[in-house]
Design a protein around this ligand. Structure first.
Ligand SMILES: [Zn+2]
Ligand SMILES: [Zn+2]
Length: 438
């Protein structure tokens, strides 16, 4: 984006920095990042070696809070179970922004062979499992700890205020518990502070280290779970006419449901997905069971499409079942997941030069729509948000075949810590100084 165009899009109240001041700021970011590099790597390795599942991030949260206290901030702890926030007040008046990191790990047994690989285990859904930072939230937490330290060092000259948000359970809380971004917001972290904008990042295997992925508008999908029970009537497998076969009805339902996306959803602008993830019914080759359970996920990028697919699937389920003489107990959705992660187009356009300044314009790419979901979406529903991806796959390795996020072999190239820190720091400074053009 040319400088002029970005400046015109700027909705800021403060005057943009002169290019001299901006150059000074870029140098400041570079030297702060260099000074913090070793610390951030150490923090990330330590957090990686001690991963904790959602709503159980006690050690990680204590480490974050201790660090924030050592910087002279006054963190609030125990928010939405283990969340930590702190406010940095700059020495000059200016806007308020929020920066967010997530702290939780996944029930995955690590197979990276790294010297600081996790050997942690935990109980998950009644089983003992390995625990691993297989989504890179260790990197996010370490990066934000570094950004906090850099901004505190610039405090006297800093306009405005920054809310640091370290949240639990981005991957979803344990069954029967509440948690994550929506619970942080319910706890009131934006009340009283009311940021103008919120920023966050995610390390991703699908991009090369050195690259940043960003786009205005929808970025990541809304994710909703459905559960449909097809109810028939049990009979002997040799005499199906003696009952109602829910297996044939369920098979028909799965087939017909494919037409929801392929025939009735306008996918010319935004894609959608309906996936059946599990079918359970029957126990033995010659018994027709009473019921078949189907569960799955719906991914969408638009609220109207989301609601239309809910209605369509409900309709298909009940009518296909009826055609077989069966009934359904359908919960569409059974649980609403994260909404669409939507990047405010003006904010994205305004901040693009900041990302280009740290990564090089040729390394800032449009990653396209990502069918995965992210609970940053909740913050970005409250205030204009910008969420971006930082490449995690080492140069020389194909990002398309590298172990992806959530894989037991997922690894973050440590240069991503440096780029992530510089990107978040540059965004923050440029926004606070009322500038977006580089
Ligand atoms: Zn994840
Ligand atoms: Zn994640």
């Amino acid at each position: 984006m040319p400088r002029l165009a970005a400046a015109l899009l700027c909705a800021c109240t403060a005057l943009p920095l002169s290019s001299f001041a901006q150059d000074a700021q870029r140098t400041e970011v570079a030297s702060a990042a260099t000074a913090l590099q070793a610390k951030v790597v150490d923090w990330r390795r330590d957090i990686h070696q001690h991963p904790e599942l959602g709503n159980r991030e006690t050690r990680t949260a204590a480490k974050v809070a201790e660090h924030l206290r050592s910087l002279g901030l006054e963190p609030e702890t125990g928010i939405a179970h283990t969340g930590v926030t702190a406010v940095l007040k700059g020495g000059r008046p200016g806007p308020r922004i929020a920066l967010r990191a997530d702290m939780d790990a996944l029930p995955v047994t690590e197979q990276t062979g790294l010297p600081f690989a996790s050997t942690a285990t935990a109980e998950y859904r009644g089983q003992t499992t390995g625990v691993m930072h297989a989504c890179g939230h260790d990197a996010h937490t370490a990066i934000l700890m570094g950004v906090a330290e850099a901004l505190v060092a610039m405090r006297d000259e800093l306009p405005g205020e920054v809310l640091f948000v370290f949240q639990p359970a981005e991957e979803g809380p344990p069954e029967g518990e509440d948690g994550g971004a929506s619970m942080m917001l319910d706890a009131g972290i934006f009340r009283g502070f009311e940021p103008e904008a919120v920023f966050g990042l995610h390390v991703f295997s699908t991009l090369q280290a050195g690259q940043i992925g960003v786009r205005g508008g929808p970025l990541m999908a809304a994710s909703d779970r459905f559960a449909i029970d097809v109810v028939g009537r049990q009979t002997h497998g040799s005499r199906p006419w003696g009952g109602i076969d829910p297996i044939v009805a369920a098979a028909d339902l799965v087939g017909t449901a494919q037409t929801i996306v392929s025939r009735r959803t306008n996918i010319s602008t935004l894609p959608a997905v309906v996936t059946f993830g599990a079918i359970n019914g029957g126990i033995r080759y010659n018994i027709i069971p009473d019921r078949v359970e189907l569960v799955g996920t719906i991914r969408t990028f638009d609220e109207d499409v989301r609601q239309a697919i809910f209605a369509d699937l409900q309709n298909v389920a009940s009518h296909v079942a009826a055609a077989h003489g069966a009934t359904v107990e359908a919960h569409v959705p059974a649980e609403t997941g994260n909404p669409v992660t939507f990047n405010d187009p003006d904010l994205t356009a305004r901040m693009l030069p900041s990302l280009q300044a740290v990564a090089g314009a040729e390394n800032v790419v449009d990653p396209g729509l990502t069918m995965g979901a992210e609970d940053f979406a909740y913050y970005a529903k409250e205030v204009p948000g910008l969420f971006f991806f930082v490449g995690a796959t080492p140069r020389g390795r194909d990002p398309m075949s590298a172990p992806s996020n959530h894989s037991p072999q997922f690894d973050v190239d440590e240069s991503a810590l440096d780029l992530g820190l510089r990107a978040l720091l540059q965004l923050s400074l440029d926004y606070l100084h009322g500038s977006g053009a580089g």
